[in-house]
Write a protein that binds this ligand. Structure first.
Ligand SMILES: [Zn+2]
Length: 483
């Protein structure tokens, strides 16, 4: 049994105005049909003018997906009738997409796999239709009509749900890094279409089953996973019963991933593509292409590699790649730190505290990293004090809590609350003696259970209010008890 799975992804390109007119793209939550003009309303005689910002973002997207670029490209009319498409055609790209033959690398359990990209092209979004409860009326809102859309089409390279999910998440990161889109799924800024065909036997290389089922308009990555599971299971069941599956399109029934039949595909859609007569072909000059390449930001996989090279764990790196706010804070911290001989140790400490206590407090206070009272200087100070064994981790935790609760600077708090570790030998001896005297049973127990020393260390920490270094305490205890 094998499923052949491909994806088509529509991403709304983040621009101020629509793809071919000056109407605002800020339509979310607005009253219907406010952002419309003769061009996106499809009135006769209106002339479309391509949006340069959207075009350049699409080129960058194609570059990030390792595509070849068609330096001479054009727009085409894709003819079909649908009420949310007032012109009776959509301006899209047919045989000269902006990008073609690229790939995205996904990471699987220490291994990686390339998902090939067939094409990246630009087109315009449609309007939105809503149906009345009794189904008698349909309302049309053209605010979304004409918003720039980038379409990405993969080859059927996915072998399981995990690969689809990893790819979808990576693509979402890429468009965000490029500022091509915010990719907010709940706002419909990124939509998936799954193409699935299952075969009970593995087919020879390069061959595909003789049917393909398309599931359109999937607006969330978790639903994507469920759709893939339920549709594959449905196909296996039918094929096992000996039934033939005809090519068709399905739609989402609900968020459980169940789908319903929408329409049969007797033959390939005939969209009667022809070059858009109102938009001249577009040349991407070598200079423009070189400039766009030079403007490419660091991409998610590059950032991850950078973090791994710094010694972070894969999971830590993944969090900082996905959450660019915390990732950016971490980078600022690293820059402020400068190069030190024990760089990796300190860098790992930064990551540990950022993803540990600091993230805990961000979550607890429900604030973003830009709003928090804790600064990079505070963490640099605390980590360096711990490195010099002048404060313990327990004290660092207290200081972080204090700053999140009451503000202030780490150094001031450490000094004013007298939190520096006790360096004075006599004072340390005092706490150790006290701990031994107060716990005769534990001391007795130590002969059988050497681990009990940890309890005594804990007692010393408690007595000293965290101000004795735990390893110093342990050493002292061992020497006093002749262990
Ligand atoms: Zn318009």
């Amino acid at each position: 049994m094998k499923s052949y799975v491909g994806l088509e992804i529509h991403v709304q390109v983040k621009t101020n105005s629509k793809m071919f007119c000056r109407c605002s793209t800020d339509y979310f939550g607005k009253d219907p049909n406010l952002n419309v003009c003769p061009v996106c309303f499809g009135l006769p005689g209106a002339l479309p003018v391509p949006n340069k910002a959207a075009f350049e973002k699409a080129v960058k997207l194609a570059l990030a997906l390792n595509c070849s670029i068609n330096q001479s490209t054009k727009f085409d009319r894709k003819n079909y009738f649908y009420p949310d498409l007032p012109k009776g055609y959509q301006i899209s790209q047919y045989d000269k997409p902006i990008g073609y033959e690229g790939f995205v690398e996904i990471e699987l359990d220490g291994d990686s796999k390339r998902i090939r990209i067939q094409r990246v092209h630009l087109e315009e979004d449609t309007g939105k239709s809503t149906h009345s409860d009794n189904g008698d009326e349909t309302y049309l809102d053209y605010n979304k009509s004409g918003v720039a859309l980038a379409e990405i089409v993969t080859y059927p390279d996915f072998e399981n749900e995990e690969e689809v999910i990893l790819f979808a998440k990576r693509l979402k990161q890429i468009v965000r890094y490029l500022d091509v889109s915010d990719a907010e799924m709940q706002k419909g800024q990124m939509r998936f279409e799954l193409n699935i065909s299952t075969s009970l036997e593995e087919l020879p290389m390069g061959e595909l089953p003789n049917f393909k089922v398309e599931v359109k308009n999937i607006g969330s990555i978790s639903v994507l996973e469920k759709v893939l599971q339920s549709e594959t299971a449905r196909q296996i069941e039918l094929l096992t019963k000996g039934e033939e599956i005809k090519p068709h399109t399905r739609g989402l029934k609900d968020m459980t991933g169940e789908t319903v039949f929408q329409r049969a595909k007797e033959s390939a859609d005939d969209y009667r593509y022809f070059p858009e007569p109102d938009i001249p072909p577009i040349q991407i000059t070598d200079e423009t292409l070189a400039r766009l390449k030079s403007e490419m930001p660091e991409l998610p996989h590059q950032r991850k590699q950078r973090y791994m090279d710094l010694g972070l764990e894969g999971e830590q790196a993944d969090i900082l790649v996905e959450d660019t706010e915390r990732g950016g804070w971490f980078d600022t911290l690293r820059q402020a730190q400068g190069d030190k001989p024990n760089d990796k140790v300190i860098t790992k400490e930064y990551a540990k505290w950022l993803l540990g206590d600091i993230s805990f407090w961000l979550e607890k206070k429900k604030i973003s990293i830009s709003e928090m009272p804790f600064s990079t200087d505070d963490l640099i100070y605390l980590v360096s004090m711990m490195q010099e064994k002048k404060i313990s981790g327990t004290i660092a935790k207290q200081v972080i809590e204090e700053i999140f609760e009451n503000g202030g600077r780490a150094e001031e708090i450490v000094v004013s609350k007298d939190l520096l570790q006790v360096q004075d030998e006599g004072a340390v001896d005092g706490f150790v003696d006290e701990a031994i005297a107060a716990n005769p049973k534990i001391v007795e127990d130590l002969k059988k259970n050497p681990n009990a020393i940890k309890f005594l260390v804990g007692q010393v920490m408690k007595l000293s209010k965290g101000k004795v270094n735990p390893s110093v305490a342990e050493e002292k205890l061992k020497s006093k008890l002749s262990l």
